[in-house]
Design a protein around this ligand. Structure first.
Ligand code: UDP
Length: 449
């Protein structure tokens, strides 16, 4: 197989957000291990670091984003702008790659589903395209439910209905649907509808696995006319290099080494979610009063209007002493696989959720927007490996949640279930498992294009 794939080049186009870049490059690493040459065409905004992937070729293209658009933090507007701006520069670059190495044929373009402008360009140049979906299948189905409910006038819904069940979507409630506060519904809908269009796709690749999402996968397979491959969790397929956009502070590993087994709660809200200064204060005192060791990622910009760390309440650092460790960005996968980590307080982005489940770590869920709300509900109600912080963030509630997860019998039950899921995920990746089989089928399909 490896010999045959040598002269085949795959062009990847990631969506320029941390949670999308990592799985795309992880998929690239796997396909490279199968002998494909990998070219990554990417926006200047949030460009990946080529020195982490010396086997790949990287080409940035003009994305036309203004500094105002970038600093707005309005993800829907940024993604729509990229789709509107990049068609010409992507076409030029793709045509160039095609012409420069005629002996190294471009077998296909693999693009993030949110980078839908790439489909028409690939079609124009007679290159097949494969769509990568970096969220869960369940979230994808929930997005479709949002559009349907909106068309029937059920969204927006009054606060009094926020706990009402979503019809046909147990256990989601209206408040768990992946809506976003970033923009108007029309803009959100434009993005979702375009990302859903699979008419030109040769295949769809999902970063998920059957043992987590069997019924959602069965449902989507019925609806979708295109072959689908659930081959995740990607970070477990191939030892891929870090694709962090921020500098990773590895000093926390030496601190973890000093802690006892399963005693530490790791706290991170991912690369986009933010909290208010008041919420930061409540989190800080909740963690301090929980009396468990903790490793806390406070990303620059994650506390509205400040750098974050300097907004920590007075007396907090003195109160925690050696019991807490704070970094701006952690080597998360390494942290979650460290023997000292026993719980993850997460925003429930899909990568973080998969990374936690793959290590058998139970969670405290604090979703902020979009798919995080769906995953949080699944962690607590379907896989039953975590607690959902449902109410306004308050130090007493946080302290109770930390102790429940890390010390109480309830947390132990969740830990046992999480370990069981970890086993199932490992089985799916081994020879004969579902992800393993789909990985081989995906390589066969790419070779047949
Ligand atoms: N991450 C990391 N270090 C941190 C925080 C996060 O490496 O300190 C990584 C994490 O491992 C995950 C990604 O950033 O792969 C975040 O993706 P996710 O889908 O969980 O959330 P998003 O950032 O898209 O909201």
């Amino acid at each position: 197989m490896e010999k045959e794939t040598q002269s085949n080049r795959l062009v990847l186009f990631p969506c320029p957000l941390q949670g999308h870049i990592s799985p795309m490059l992880q998929l690239g690493s796997f396909l490279h291990s199968k002998g494909f040459s990998i070219t990554v065409i990417h926006t200047q905004f949030n460009s990946p670091n080529p020195s982490n992937h010396l086997d790949f070729t990287f080409f940035p293209i003009q994305d036309g984003l203004t500094s105002e658009e970038i600093s707005s933090g309005n993800l829907v507007a940024i993604l729509l702008a990229i789709n509107a701006n990049c068609k010409v520069s992507f076409r030029q670059r793709l045509a160039q790659v095609k012409e420069q190495e005629p002996e190294n044929k471009i077998t296909c373009v693999i693009h993030d589903d949110l980078m839908y402008f790439t489909k028409a360009v690939a079609k124009d140049l007679n290159i097949p395209n494969i769509m990568l979906r970096t969220t869960s299948v369940t979230n994808f189905l929930a997005r479709t439910a949002v559009l349907q409910l909106r068309s029937k006038g059920h969204i927006p819904f009054p606060d009094s209905q926020s706990l009402s069940p979503v019809p046909g979507f147990h256990p989601l409630r209206l408040k768990d649907l992946p809506t976003t506060n970033f923009d108007t519904f029309e803009k959100y809908s434009e993005l979702v509808v375009n990302a859903c269009d699979v008419r030109t796709a040769s295949a769809i690749v999902w970063n998920t696995t059957d043992c987590l999402e069997q019924s959602s996968l069965a449902q989507i397979q019925q609806q979708c006319p295109v072959p689908m491959f659930s081959i995740g969790p990607f970070h477990k397929i191939e030892a891929a290099a870090s694709s962090s956009l921020l500098e990773v502070d590895t000093s926390c590993i030496a601190w973890l080494d000093k802690q006892s087994n399963s005693s530490v709660i790791y706290v991170s809200l991912g690369s986009v979610a933010s909290i208010s200064e008041k919420e930061l204060t409540e989190m800080a005192w909740g963690l301090a009063n929980g009396k468990q060791p903790f490793l806390w990622v406070i990303r620059p910009g994650s506390v509205s209007g400040s750098d974050g760390i300097e907004q920590l309440p007075q007396g907090f650092i003195e109160a925690i002493g050696e019991r807490g460790y704070i970094v701006k960005w952690a080597p998360q996968r390494e942290v979650l696989s460290h023997r000292a980590v026993g719980g993850f307080w997460s925003h429930c982005g899909w990568n973080s959720t998969l990374e936690s489940l793959s290590e058998g770590i139970p969670m405290i869920c604090l979703p902020s927007f979009g798919d995080q709300k769906v995953h949080s509900r699944y962690v607590s109600q379907v896989w039953k490996v975590g607690l959902h912080l449902d109410n306004e963030l308050e130090r007493g509630e946080i302290e109770r949640a930390v102790r429940k997860l890390m010390v109480d019998a309830d947390g132990e039950v969740m830990r046992v279930r999480a370990k069981d899921l970890k086993e199932k995920i490992e089985v799916s990746l081994r020879n004969g498992g579902s992800s393993y089989k789909f990985l081989n089928k995906l390589v066969e399909l790419i070779m047949s294009l």
